[in-house]
Design a protein around this ligand. Structure first.
Ligand code: ZN
Length: 249
């Protein structure tokens, strides 16, 4: 997998290599770190890493000199949720550089640049826990076990704030997904030819008879094991496609 080869490294092959760059890579070229991470979240090839903070700080402080004056540097951090902004500053000339975690499209969403919701990793963390049926209490346990920052504030405020911030986006994606899945079920029932004859307005369960399965539950939100919620939720699953196509609360 990691074989080294020199046969493709020729001057002729260089333009081909550059043409293999993704649009995202080309877009990032020449931008400062801050400008890069101002961009809306795109799955970059860099991703996220967990490192021991003290070890990283010593590695950088003991092996780095200021580019401007050759002076010694300090590495400091500001944590926002589980995201981190690292600052490298010169003890002598005070020159400062910062590295950011990836941002969400917070400007369009109207969030403050230092809000937890403005950092992609915080939103990804909440979405991951929601996907597992976990909530703010599990969030605190996990952060504390991993020795990551803000376990307590994530439980008290951050988790809820991010959930609220993401609510409309999740709802829109879910609604569109249901429509797509329902159309797949209608197509599977009618056949491609008949499906194409239907107008958009006609493509609904009142017009087309479908065979479906239905189930419902009274699970309490984010509890994972409590079934005494005062509201219930039901799901309709297409008999042919086996996808959820309608939900109700
Ligand atoms: Zn300096």
């Amino acid at each position: 997998m990691f074989q080294s080869s020199t046969k493709n490294v020729t001057p002729e092959s260089k333009p081909t290599d550059r043409s293999k760059e993704t649009t995202f890579q080309r877009e990032l070229k020449g931008l400062s770190n801050e400008a890069r991470y101002e961009k809306p979240y795109v799955r970059a090839e860099s991703g996220n890493r967990l490192v021991d903070w003290d070890s990283l700080r010593r590695l950088i402080v003991e092996n780095t000199k200021c580019k401007n004056c050759g002076g010694e540097v300090d590495l400091s951090e500001t944590t926002i949720g589980i995201s981190t902004v690292v600052s490298l500053s010169c003890r002598h000339c005070k020159r400062k550089n910062e590295g950011f975690s990836r941002r969400t499209n917070y400007k369009e969403l109207g969030f403050h640049q230092n809000a937890s919701e403005s950092y992609a990793i915080n939103c990804q963390y909440v979405l991951g826990l929601m996907q597992m049926g976990a909530g703010n209490a599990e969030s605190e346990t996990l952060l504390n076990f991993l020795d990551l920052p803000h376990g307590s504030t994530f439980k008290k405020t951050t988790f809820g704030r991010i959930q609220t911030a993401l609510r409309n986006e999740i709802k829109n994606i879910s609604d569109q997904s249901m429509i797509d899945r329902r159309n797949e079920e209608i197509k599977a029932t009618l056949g491609e030819e008949m499906f194409l004859k239907y107008t958009k307005k006609e493509l609904n369960p009142q017009q087309v008879k479908l065979t479906v399965s239905y189930d419902m539950g009274w699970n309490k939100r984010s509890s994972g094991h409590k079934y005494d919620s005062i509201s219930g939720h039901g799901f309709v699953m297409g008999g042919k496609s086996k996808f959820f196509s309608i939900t109700g609360v």
